[in-house]
Design a protein around this ligand. Structure first.
Ligand code: GRF
Length: 203
């Protein structure tokens, strides 16, 4: 089996990255994590990636000022250099321009801590509690230029329980994130989930 070469882009603790690395250790998993890339040199996830003997790189967005595309060209160069075929965003806290998104169209995945299309954007657990929903969860989707709007690959729901705080709800959601991201990457790597042609240009 030829494994798809995957990069994980992070900005923080990298627990989803760690889940992907763990899943990819299975001999029958169709993807190999060949690079962990961070926009922040002190992202905690980099330490875990190095411990797992995965190649790491840092492209610090602050070096590029307001020129987002220049930052992304540097990211892209790193991805090309490692022969990356699929990119997984996992807590990567930079908005990507249409240039990058289109370049990686159909090969760019993100995990969002909510049941999209509910609660796009930040502070999803706080907003879910404030809205009084009985179910919350996580979504893995293809990235399109519009934020948190791409076609859904997998979702998983968790109950909101009386007395939940942002922290308890976040922890419950994180458990399902770690389960569905490896499953979704498997689907894409095996060609069982794909971005339909009409959906690539969605703005
Ligand atoms: C996760 O909740 C993910 O859904 C969101 O950012 C968080 C990243 O956590 N996009 P981690 O760095 O994977 O632990």
């Amino acid at each position: 089996m030829t494994k798809k070469r995957v990069a994980v882009l992070i900005s923080g603790r990298g627990s989803n990255m760690t889940a992907l690395i763990a899943a990819a250790k299975a001999p029958d998993y169709p993807a190999a994590i060949v690079l962990v890339l961070s926009n922040l040199p002190d992202a905690a996830g980099l330490v875990h990636a190095r411990q797992a003997e995965i190649a790491t790189a840092v492209v610090d967005h602050r070096a590029f000022g307001a020129d987002r595309e220049a930052f992304e060209r540097a990211l892209d160069a790193r991805l090309q250099a490692q022969g990356v075929e699929i990119v997984c965003l996992a807590g990567f806290m930079r908005l990507l321009t249409p240039w990058f998104v289109k370049r990686w169209s159909g090969r760019l995945l993100n995990i969002h801590p909510a049941l999209l299309p509910q609660f796009k954007g930040l502070h999803t657990h706080r907003r879910a509690l404030a809205a009084g929903v009985s179910e919350h969860g996580a979504t893995v989707h293809f990235v399109v230029p519009e934020m948190d709007a791409g076609p859904i690959i997998l979702q998983a729901a968790v109950p909101v329980i009386a007395g939940d705080t942002e922290a308890t709800l976040a922890a419950r959601v994180l458990e399902v994130e770690h389960r569905i991201y490896p499953q979704a990457l498997r689907l894409v790597a095996e060609g069982r989930a794909a971005l339909a042609a009409g959906e690539t240009s969605k703005q």
